[in-house]
Design a protein around this ligand. Structure first.
Ligand code: C2E
Ligand code: CA
Ligand code: CA
Ligand code: CA
Length: 281
């Protein structure tokens, strides 16, 4: 299609134009979404495969825009990064997740002794503000630092490995745990394991999806689990959807898992019920 712009005829792909218009609307709505209180968190359980106990949760961000409806985080988080909004949004996620986990602990004591994991984007990790935000969220909530897990992706470590290493070291000094998210999907994963001290490896869902209904664990999944064990790291398999995947992982000595087989991400009240409903008292 030809679109006349500033007196010139420009060849313009209508699909691209639509994408540009949609992107601009998304940017408009996202700016101010935090102030309008349009975000909330949902919580997906992490279970211990030995006894099905919930040992932790991952906080996942949700945005319902009155104009655009529900927009998935895969779509809006990169835009928030580009617009420089992820710092404030991320700080809110930290405060809210810590506040929720601390409230469960206050209400239920040891029965609510589960970790709370928060996703941290590359842009957040590159900013000195992250350390302050984590410190503030812990102080305001009273959540013990050891109950907080920060999930970072390998890609977040690529841009500026030295700065990332310094940032992770400072965070660990606070006492929080670090998890390497989507493990195996980034570049030179093994190099990072040598350079960065982490506590948890999360095996990406794309690997879990390769586990056949019958038969052995695929060599890569097998290798990732063994690697984590050799390094004395906690290992969590993501995106477990079938009983067969669960059985294979358990037989392969993967201790923890997360996925629709156990629970989808839950509203806070449902997550709390699941957490405290699992033990007497
Ligand atoms: P992620 O950190 O890898 O989160 C796991 C994603 O897998 C979540 O998607 C979750 O709902 C989904 N999932 C869980 N179990 C299953 C399963 O059994 N099968 C399948 N197919 N999917 C499953 P969600 O909530 O849409 O989040 C997508 C991504 O957005 C996250 O990937 C994370 O990278 C990012 N994200 C979410 N919340 C935040 C946040 O608060 N801050 C930042 N920076 N990023 C976030
Ligand atoms: Ca994650
Ligand atoms: Ca992940
Ligand atoms: Ca992922």
């Amino acid at each position: 299609a030809k679109v006349a712009g500033r007196g010139r005829a420009v060849v313009f792909d209508p699909a691209m134009r639509t994408a540009a218009v949609e992107r601009r609307r998304l940017e408009q709505e996202l700016t101010g979404a935090l102030a309008r209180d349009e975000f909330r968190l949902v919580y997906q359980p992490v279970v211990d495969l030995a006894d099905d106990r919930v040992v932790g949760f991952e906080a996942l961000l949700r945005w319902r825009s009155p104009e655009l409806g529900a927009v998935p985080p895969d779509v809006f988080v990169p835009v928030a990064e580009d617009l420089g909004l992820i710092g404030d949004i991320g700080a809110w996620v930290l405060r809210e997740a810590c506040r929720t986990a601390a409230a469960w602990r206050r209400e239920h004591g040891v029965a609510a002794d589960a970790t709370m994991a928060v996703n941290v984007s590359a842009v957040q990790l590159a900013s000195p503000q992250l350390l302050e935000d984590v410190r503030a969220a812990l102080a305001a909530s009273g959540l013990p630092a050891s109950a907080l897990v920060l999930e970072v992706t390998e890609t977040a470590l690529v841009d500026d490995p030295e700065r990332a290493a310094a940032s992770l070291t400072a965070l660990r000094a606070l006492g929080v745990q670090l998890a390497l998210d989507d493990f195996g999907t980034g570049y030179s994963s093994l190099g990072y394991l040598q350079e960065f001290t982490v506590d948890v490896l999360k095996i990406d869902r794309s690997f879990v999806a390769t586990i056949p209904a019958d038969g052995e664990l695929p060599p890569i999944v097998r290798g990732l689990i063994d690697l984590a064990r050799a390094l004395d790291l906690e290992v969590v398999a993501e995106g477990v959807e079938t009983p067969a995947q669960r059985a294979r992982l358990q037989a392969g000595r993967c201790a923890r898992a997360q996925g629709y087989l156990f629970a989808a991400p839950l509203e806070a009240t449902d997550a709390e019920l699941l957490l405290v409903g699992q033990r007497p008292g």
